[in-house]
Design a protein around this ligand. Structure first.
Ligand SMILES: Cc1cc2nc3c(=O)[nH]c(=O)nc-3n(C[C@H](O)[C@H](O)[C@H](O)COP(=O)(O)O)c2cc1C
Length: 269
């Protein structure tokens, strides 16, 4: 019998989604068929990948209770008829609201059969040393859950010859989904004198919003506030400006301090 294979498709500016998906894939023990990292715009502009593996795991962070629209728009264009799928969202210890349901619905739209789903916790993009939010998540325990989740998915795939009905995977969330939040066009990034103009921020930005000609500041009309440039800066020369987003970080630091754990869902047979 051919060895089973898995494809990963994810958007992950600050890498927490990627780390969890990789651990799930390890847990399955399957060979990696393809890794489709759509974080950067160059990747989203490429010809759509053909998904012909045994399993596909879709992953994205939660932005204001929904999927980031550029990730959702890309996922919707994929076609993977009859392939078992696992939707996974990463959220910053507040709530994932309708994002997991939205991703499960997209899997069905792509022709996939959702087999299991997971909501994991990742360090909040807005987390800072002064106002940590889910700092260093996913941690060892989260990654162990992700690995075990992968093992369980592989067991489910083995134990069924007939496959699963899409209607049988229930995940929390409401339809119609929450209204998407339009990103506030306020000054977001501050760059200090430690910047060496190495350009790392330019290479990690998913929307090409970092303006080299303007001291590597972010263009406020394009920036999606993912914080990839802040977290990737080797000199720690970038941070959120005082104001709207820093205030949100301070509030979340206070209100989201109680640890949440991964929630896993499985299709019934
Ligand atoms: C614009 C924006 C909105 C977010 N909204 C939420 C949210 O509604 N709930 C939540 O718990 N975390 C929220 N987060 C935090 C991310 O979901 C979390 O940090 C996730 O782990 C980031 O994934 P990544 O590392 O793959 O980029 C938000 C982050 C950003 C940048």
């Amino acid at each position: 019998m051919n060895k089973k294979t898995v494809t990963l498709v994810y958007f992950s500016p600050t890498t927490t989604t990627r780390n969890v998906l990789e651990e799930i894939a390890k847990g399955t023990g399957y060979d990696m068929a393809d890794v489709c990292d759509i974080t950067l715009s160059q990747a989203r502009e490429k010809i759509l990948p053909e998904i012909d593996s045994s399993l596909v795991v879709f992953g994205a962070p939660v932005y204001s209770g929904r999927l980031p629209s550029l990730a959702a728009d890309y996922f919707k264009k994929l076609s993977a008829p009859g392939i078992c799928a696992v939707p996974v969202v990463l959220y910053g210890n507040r709530e994932y609201d309708d994002a997991l349901l939205e991703l499960k619905d997209i899997c069905i739209q792509c022709g996939c059969q959702p087999l299991a789903a997971g909501a994991f916790i990742g360090e909040h993009s807005f987390s800072t040393n002064q106002t940590p939010i889910a700092e260093s998540r996913p941690d060892k325990s989260d990654l162990a859950s992700a690995f075990e989740f992968g093992q369980k998915i592989a067991r489910m795939m083995e134990s069924t010859a007939k496959g699963f009905s899409c209607a049988d995977l229930d995940v929390p969330g409401n339809f119609p989904y929450k209204e998407p939040t339009i990103p506030k066009k306020v000054p977001f990034i501050e760059v200090n004198e430690d910047c060496t103009a190495c350009g790392t921020c330019v290479t990690v930005c998913p929307v090409e919003a970092v303006d080299e000609k303007d001291g590597f500041c972010a263009m406020d009309d394009i920036c999606i506030h993912c914080c990839a440039c802040i977290k990737a800066c080797p000199e720690s020369a970038r941070r959120m400006k005082e104001g709207h987003f820093k205030d949100i970080a301070a509030r979340l630091h206070k209100t989201c301090d109680k640890r949440k754990d991964p929630e896993l869902f499985f299709a019934s047979r």
